[in-house]
Design a protein around this ligand. Structure first.
Ligand code: TYD
Length: 208
């Protein structure tokens, strides 16, 4: 059985860089790796992603799109990959829906949590790696990004503050399955912190 590692954090937190670094690292240790993302991950999910990012939608509609995308992602990609021993590195999952649509856009959090838990029952074990990066740094990175047409990149500071606050509440609820990593350092330092802190990766940490 493989392992599912989910990366979470606000836009510009450095998540995607760390996912790529971990993927390269695991491959260098002869591990099978699937890098995937949400919304997206399956053909259906990628179609949901286009709607999700390009249409102006109500928060509840966004949540339903994210959930629809996630369920097919679990069934079509994640479970089959885990079954044959892959490390599945997933860019965002349930906690993004709770943080962004719940804490960010005001959709009922208990409702979102219920649907998210129902969906997670299909997975035996998940680990969330939350990259916690200072809001100022994230905002600077968001402003520098070339592609500016994705709607969340223009969202206000207050919106991101609500999301960050949401993640800290989620952290308490999730307990040990939620590993927080300080994202305010150089990428190499953040990466070695991930190796130190994530128990699933302990087997690789000393043999460099
Ligand atoms: P993406 O370009 O993947 O952002 P990033 O690289 O920063 O993760 O765009 C995904 C956006 O969708 C991001 O702003 C977070 C948002 N999102 C939600 O609002 N709810 C969700 O359930 C998910 C999975 C993502």
């Amino acid at each position: 059985m493989g392992r599912l590692l989910i990366f979470e954090g606000i836009d510009g937190s450095g998540k995607s860089t760390q996912i790529q670094m971990l993927s390269d690292f695991l491959k260098s240790k002869n591990q099978k790796v699937l890098v995937t993302r949400e919304p997206g991950g399956s053909k259906f999910g990628e179609n949901c992603r286009k709607l999700f990012l390009n249409e102006k939608l109500d928060g509840l509609t966004e949540a339903f799109l994210a959930f629809a995308s996630r369920n097919e992602h679990i069934l079509q990609k994640i479970k089959p990959a885990l079954k044959v021993g892959y490390w599945v590195l997933c860019d965002r999952f349930s906690d993004s829906t709770i943080a962004y649509q719940g804490y960010g856009r005001g959709v009922d959090i208990d409702f979102l949590q219920k649907v998210a838990s129902e969906m997670e029952k299909q997975l035996s074990d998940i680990k969330i790696i939350y990259i916690h990066t200072n809001l100022e740094i994230c905002l600077q990175r968001i402003r520098k990004r070339e592609v500016k047409d994705e709607k969340f990149d223009n969202a206000s500071r207050i919106f991101y503050e609500r999301i960050m606050n949401g993640y800290s509440k989620i952290a308490i609820k999730r307990g040990d399955s939620f590993v927080q990593v300080d994202g305010n350092h150089k990428t190499d330092e953040v990466f070695s912190n991930i190796l130190q802190k994530v128990p699933e990766l302990a087997q690789f940490k000393c043999d460099d």
